[in-house]
Write a protein that binds this ligand. Structure first.
Ligand SMILES: Nc1ncnc2c1ncn2[C@@H]1O[C@H](COP(=O)(O)OP(=O)(O)OP(=O)(O)O)[C@@H](O)[C@H]1O
Ligand SMILES: [Mg+2]
Length: 268
């Protein structure tokens, strides 16, 4: 079952005398909800995601997962990065099993779990090969299997598909939310790609920059799997693009300062 995430008035400065990187971020994400976070380069998306993962503490406010303040990383909330960060001297199976190994899972249980996950991510014939002989997309699938093996309540993704070819990216954009929905995992994905956000999320949060704030939100009420060519998909894309451009004009910034949590922009 997924976890509830609360962002409780998070503000952050990297240097005490410097400007705020994040300011007054207040929101909540329901168990099993799929959320995309979009914003311009440098607005603070990765900074916020690192806080959700317990890798960084905000200067003010806090992240709570199931009402508990997040103070350190946990196998219950796993993060996937742009690059798969696998151990190059290990096989696919050994890499996928790492989280379970650290958790002290008995060997038979570990093998069964990893086998079925590698089947699920389409690597059934690659289990014993060295990860260096895999393509980037296959490596990202190993990282996905490793992230899912510990049965996380939350999956955090930082531009996980941006280095992949279009076919692999499209497949994973469909598969990852399907897996999260089936297992009830709460997902937060950071992306620059508006289509990726609409393809994968129930709700899109839009961040402004200097300082990073969540200035508007868009609910995506489309059926699964999402199809880019559908008229509803395209009108949501237009709506999201307009909201996104509003962050440049200063309009969204004004909304955010009058109310820390701007009203959701409803789906077409
Ligand atoms: N460790 C750090 N020390 C000082 N400043 C930092 C540090 N990490 C990030 N920053 C600054 O904080 C701001 C937000 O960075 P962050 O990496 O969160 O942006 P982002 O939205 O993820 O960008 P991108 O889309 O390019 O990945 C940037 O101005 C960056 O230079
Ligand atoms: Mg980033």
């Amino acid at each position: 079952m997924g976890a509830r995430i609360s962002l409780d008035y998070i503000s952050h400065k990297f240097h005490s005398s410097g400007p705020y990187t994040l300011k007054n971020i207040e929101d909540s994400i329901e168990p099993g909800e799929l959320v995309a976070l979009i914003g311009r380069s440098g607005c603070g998306k990765s900074t916020l995601l690192h806080m959700l993962a317990g890798l960084l503490q905000p200067s003010e406010g806090c992240v709570r997962i199931n009402s508990r303040q997040v103070t350190k990383p946990s196998a219950k909330w796993n993060m996937m990065f742009q690059k798969a960060s696998l151990y190059p001297w290990m096989s696919v199976k050994e890499n996928a099993a790492l989280g379970l190994l650290f958790a002290g899972t008995p060997k038979a249980e570990m093998n069964a779990k990893v086998d079925s996950l590698l089947d699920m991510v389409g690597l059934h014939d690659k289990k014993d090969v060295n990860v260096q002989s895999l393509s980037g997309g296959q490596q990202q699938r190993v990282a996905l299997a490793r992230s899912l093996a510990t049965e996380p309540e939350v999956l955090l993704l930082d531009e996980p598909f941006s280095a992949l070819d279009a076919f692999t990216r499209t497949a994973l954009q469909e598969e990852v939310p399907a897996i999260c929905r089936e297992r009830g995992i709460t997902m937060v994905i950071v992306t620059h790609d508006i289509d990726e956000a609409i393809t994968m999320a129930d709700r899109v949060m839009i961040m402004s920059q200097n300082p990073g704030q969540i200035v508007s939100e868009l609910k995506v009420g489309l059926p699964w799997p999402r199809r880019h060519m559908d008229a509803d998909f395209q009108s949501l894309r237009d709506e999201l693009m307009r909201s996104f451009k509003g962050t440049d004009s200063g309009l969204a910034g004004k909304q955010a300062s009058s109310s820390p949590k701007s009203p959701a922009i409803s789906a077409a």
